[in-house]
Write a protein that binds this ligand. Structure first.
Ligand SMILES: [Zn+2]
Ligand SMILES: [Zn+2]
Ligand SMILES: [Zn+2]
Length: 379
């Protein structure tokens, strides 16, 4: 069992929106009509609220405030790749295609090259949500703490975040919520009726279908004419050990705190509408231009490419609206990546053509390679 600490006001890791006390047992996990811990063990709504600290994070500065100016980054403009590299990757591209001739790539004459800076903006909002539900385990004499103290509210429990920006789940028993109950599943008997034979210890013979007769109208050898055989599931006893209490007849009932950490991503591409299929860029690596990580990030306002600022503004606003009321935002991170895209114009046998070199991997894309056989449909 995890070590739990009571919250101190200085500790901001456990602040957050208060969650409601667990659902009433009859509407909750005990759908089968189980008895639940006595009402006096449940934290009262009023008492619980008093235990939950105020959300103490400093209010955000007004929108438009920028903590770290991306314009300070020295190298916003990435020049087009060199002609040597453009040719090299193009020859390699052509030689990998079974029905492309490498001739054009070797003989071509460059007429123009354009760097088309494309940006990948990404906002990650790492959230934590908490809920509670009744749970139980077989009672084997373990500690019962329901009456020995006041149960902390869900957000009073200090639980370290396992890893930032990684989805994770954890269930933790809330202290001072446990009590011993009779097992509702077996009515304290420790055994449940066998689901296969419904208490009888015998089931219908599958060979004769219960008739007791064989196909030749003689006696069925399998059931020796009785039409029924011993139930293998319970060994003929008619009941099995109760799964819920593992035969103990009693269970320890308690409230479980369920914590879910989730990384929520918003990604958008800002391109020059150059005719290049932007979808191809999702699979390539870019160059990280800007990273901003904080408990709460603010929209970027002064990136030279206005569309990136707009993307940041809508992303931050959208995530705030989506998550700030339903869960606790643990950390946010926004990044701008530059994905180099170069449009290369070249001439071969008096015709001009275009191809693109994109990503840190220098991948090639073209729609009109000049010399390929007609059977090839791949670009
Ligand atoms: Zn039979
Ligand atoms: Zn049975
Ligand atoms: Zn039971």
């Amino acid at each position: 069992m995890d070590k739990l600490h009571l919250l101190s006001n200085q500790d901001e890791t456990a602040t957050g929106p208060p969650s409601h006390p667990p659902t009433a047992p009859d509407a909750g996990p005990f759908k089968d009509g189980a008895s639940a811990p006595p009402v006096e063990l449940m934290p009262e709504a009023g008492a619980c609220a008093a235990l939950i600290p105020e959300y103490s994070d400093a209010p955000p500065p007004p929108l438009g405030y920028l903590q770290q100016s991306p314009a300070n980054s020295p190298d916003w403009h990435i020049p087009a790749i060199s002609e040597e590299l453009a040719r090299e990757v193009f020859i390699e591209f052509a030689s990998r295609k079974c029905c492309y001739s490498t001739k054009p790539s070797k003989e071509m004459v460059f007429t123009d090259m354009h760097a088309l800076n494309t940006y990948r903006y990404r906002l990650e909002t790492f959230t934590e949500s908490r809920s509670t539900e009744w749970a139980s385990e077989p009672y084997n004499g373990q500690l019962v703490d329901g009456l020995s103290g006041v149960a902390p509210g869900p957000w009073d429990m200090v639980v370290p975040v396992p890893a930032l920006f990684k989805d994770c789940k954890r269930d933790i028993r809330i202290p001072h919520t446990s009590s011993v109950k009779g097992c509702d599943s077996c009515l304290n008997l420790g055994r449940s009726a066998c689901a296969r034979c419904v208490n009888s210890g015998r089931i219908q013979c599958q060979i004769c279908g219960g008739s007791g007769r064989s196909a030749s109208n003689g006696r069925c050898h399998h059931c020796t004419g009785h039409g029924r055989i011993m139930c293998a599931a319970c060994g003929g006893v008619g009941s099995t050990t109760c799964m819920k209490c593992q035969g103990r007849g009693r269970i320890l009932s308690f409230i479980l705190l369920k914590i879910k950490w989730k990384n929520n991503e918003y990604t958008t591409m800002v391109d020059k509408r150059s005719g290049f299929p932007v979808d191809l860029l999702h699979s390539v690596t870019g160059e990280m231009l800007f990273t901003d990580m904080n408990k709460q990030v603010y929209p970027i306002v002064n990136f030279p490419e206005g569309a990136v600022n707009s993307a940041s503004a809508s992303a931050v606003q959208e995530h705030q609206a989506q998550f700030s009321t339903t869960c606790r935002i643990v950390q946010q991170r926004q990044t701008i990546e530059l994905i180099p895209v170069t449009r290369v114009h070249f001439a071969w046998r008096e015709k001009t053509h275009i191809y693109f070199v994109y990503g840190a991997e220098n991948k090639v894309f073209t729609k009109d390679y000049p010399a390929r056989c007609c059977c090839c449909s791949i670009s």
